[in-house]
Write a protein that binds this ligand. Sequence first.
Ligand code: URA
Length: 210
Amino acid sequence: MTEHLQVVTHPLVQHKLTIMRDKRTPTAVFRQLLREISQLLAYEITRDLPVTTTTIETPLTEMEAPTLAGRKLALVSILRAGNGLLDGMLDLIPSARVGFVGLYRDEETLKPVEYYFKVPAELDRRVVIAVDPMLATGNSSVAAISRLKEAGATDIRFLCLLASPEGVQRMKEAHPDVPIVTAALDERLNGQGYIVPGLGDAGDRMFGTK
Ligand code: URA
């Protein structure tokens, strides 16, 4: 991928996102829409995967047919909200391996602290798609991607539902080699680090924890 930021303006994505932003949307609908949008975003983020051909026989004849080539995929969920994107992406890419990165924010230093890290083997030989619905301050995404690089990943993409200009800038400075695919670039962050207009706390809305 060449562009650092790609906003998927497809009408289906935008329509579903509007329903998700609406505070009246119930948890079950929110979760279902997140699953559907994640498939559409996964479609875009994998658009340039290399293809090769293989010989098959249709009921009518033999043909050289396209098939995915090269490096295998790994999806990495940044806990906990990233999990809401996983199932839809796995619908589309069922053979992908899955990893998890758990980070919390230290209240004194405000820096992300890792509490869980489990990723597939041979990350250096995979296309790695890190997923988190909200690219807000960018602190946790930047830290998670740094850990993936330490673990050997060299081809990393980042998929989110909403991004803030501040988060995009922070990612661009820290990881200029990591392209971002999102459904919308919102106006700003507020003083509490929430994206505005946003959709609130993505984890709470998908898991019904508020
Ligand atoms: N995380 C969320 O869930 N929502 C925001 O607006 C920012 C970070």
